[in-house]
Design a binder for this molecule. Structure first.
Ligand code: SF4
Ligand code: SF4
Length: 466
């Protein structure tokens, strides 16, 4: 390293533990331009990113039992998820499933640190897997980007920036439209686009809204989402312990960081910092800003190969592993507590999903007086409402308890209701009782049976009189 380069490095601000590197002392933004890196972890991450994007794009097009694999119809408060249909009455399942998923994430974090952030979070998947790649394609590598950004606005800078931002708007709109296809059938979304969302101002508004948010996020806000908005990064410090596998720097092996025989393995080349998308120096220890992308591992391994030293100066290991060289321990109370909580959540979720009925039925008294007098008789009118929650059409049979029929007159105009998936149906039920037979309010039992699943449900409503 010549003296001029070294001088520039001295002047350049270096990441530290007291400041956020992406924000300057005056509060302005210090835009991070991570360098390109290739290596084993990049191949793994790119493959996972590709698969996840495939799932994201493909799910609304995948058909299960003639319905999209995932479709949430907000206006009708219905959802089809992997062949099962749900209504707003099943909404409690969302909280149960989210709780179970949350505890599973706790287990994952206690075991493997921020593996979710680095490999599966949509922010990282789209930022590193899509937007950053196009940016590199149009604006070149780190040095070219920094020079161009600092240079005057000439034609070269103008066209590259213009094309990049047009592309970013297009990509944001594409992601927003795919997101929309989780709420509208994908083919309908194509029709909406073809007709310019005519008559669907709500869908247009939300699509434009999300396009704007995504464009802002991926073109400007970037790593600030992980640093400022996402609560998970802050939570991780309370979830991990000394045996959690994290990305770290082997200080014992690397220090003193310098070139030459007297130094450790770290040659202070700064490469691990240059590739970091959040601009931190992993050699300062585990930091909240680290999103676990493994760029620094691949970058340092490249250097180690060049200087003929073993790989793994920056690697996945536990704090205990870095400090003592001992193997990782999986016997940790916190891990089992999280696992237990996740299993409880999953058991409750499985039980809740399995115990949900294939239809919803309720009975409501007709509006107005609870009864009517017709000559010598008292009349009660109730409405039976059924909703078919099966993913197919089904026939619902309505029966009233036999012993009631002998003593009282019961009229059920529709004894069977054929309902399509998620369709609602209603029938009135009229019950007559003579004044002589009526002593006090008594229950009427109505049984509804689903021919498709064999499920049945008994409902109770009180017969009332004067
Ligand atoms: S420190 Fe390493 S793993 Fe963490 S965000 Fe930076 S490059 Fe990625
Ligand atoms: S890439 Fe490796 S050798 Fe270079 S500064 Fe980082 S830890 Fe040191």
């Amino acid at each position: 390293m010549n003296q001029t380069t070294e001088g520039r490095r001295q002047k350049r601000r270096r990441p530290d533990l007291n400041t956020v590197y992406s924000i300057n002392a005056d509060g302005s933004r210090n835009f991070i331009q991570p360098a390109d890196v290739i290596g084993k972890w990049q191949v793994i991450r790119n493959s996972i990113n590709f698969l996840l994007m495939l799932v994201y794009v493909g799910l609304p097009w995948l058909q299960i039992a003639d319905k999209p694999a995932v479709l949430i119809n907000l206006p009708s408060r219905q959802a089809w998820i992997f062949g099962f249909s749900y209504t707003n009455q099943d909404f409690y399942l969302v909280s149960v499933l989210l709780t179970a998923a949350g505890f599973l994430l706790f287990v994952l974090t206690a075991l493997l640190g921020r593996i979710w952030c680095g490999y599966a979070c949509p922010q990282t998947v789209f930022m590193e897997g899509v937007f950053r790649k196009f940016e590199r394609l149009l604006e070149g590598g780190r040095v070219a980007r920094i020079r161009r950004n600092q240079g005057p606005l000439n034609f070269d800078k103008f066209w590259r920036k213009t094309v990049k931002h047009i592309l970013f708007i297009f990509l944001s709109a594409l992601i927003a439209h795919i997101f929309l296809s989780y709420f509208f059938p994908a083919k309908e979304v194509l029709k909406l686009v073809a007709t310019g969302f005519s008559g669907h101002s709500n869908a247009l508004f939300w699509t434009l809204f999300w396009t704007g948010i995504l464009y802002f996020n991926f073109s400007w806000f970037r790593e600030q989402t992980c640093l400022i908005i996402c609560p998970y990064g802050r939570l991780q410090s309370s979830l991990i312990d000394a045996d959690t596998i994290v990305i770290g720097y082997d200080e014992a092996r690397g220090e003193p960081r310098t070139k030459g025989a007297e130094g450790g393995d770290c040659v202070d080349c700064y490469r691990c910092v240059e590739v970091c998308p959040t601009g931190i120096d992993i050699r300062n220890g585990l930091q909240m800003e680290c999103i676990g992308c493994a760029n620094c591992i691949d970058a340092c391994n490249e250097i180690m190969k060049k200087i003929d030293k073993p790989e793994g100066l920056v690697r996945y290991d536990s704090q205990t592993g870095f400090e003592t060289g001992k193997r990782k321990s999986f016997i940790r109370p916190r891990l089992y507590v999280y696992l237990l909580m996740a299993l409880v959540g999953l058991t409750v979720a499985t039980f809740a999903v399995n115990s949900r009925t294939s239809f919803h039925a309720n009975v409501l008294r007709a509006r107005g007086m609870p009864y009517a007098i017709e000559g010598e008789r008292i009349r009660n009118l109730v409405n039976l409402h059924i909703q078919n929650k099966n993913s197919e059409q089904s026939l619902f049979t309505i029966e009233v308890a036999e012993e009631l029929r002998e003593s009282f007159e019961i009229i059920v105009p529709l004894k069977q209701l054929r309902l399509k998936s998620m369709e609602d149906g209603e029938t009135p039920i009229i019950v007559y009782c003579t004044f002589d037979d009526y002593k006090e309010p008594f229950p009427i039992f109505i049984t509804v049976s689903d021919s498709l699943t064999g499920n049945s449900k008994q409902l109770e409503v009180m017969f009332k009189g004067p």
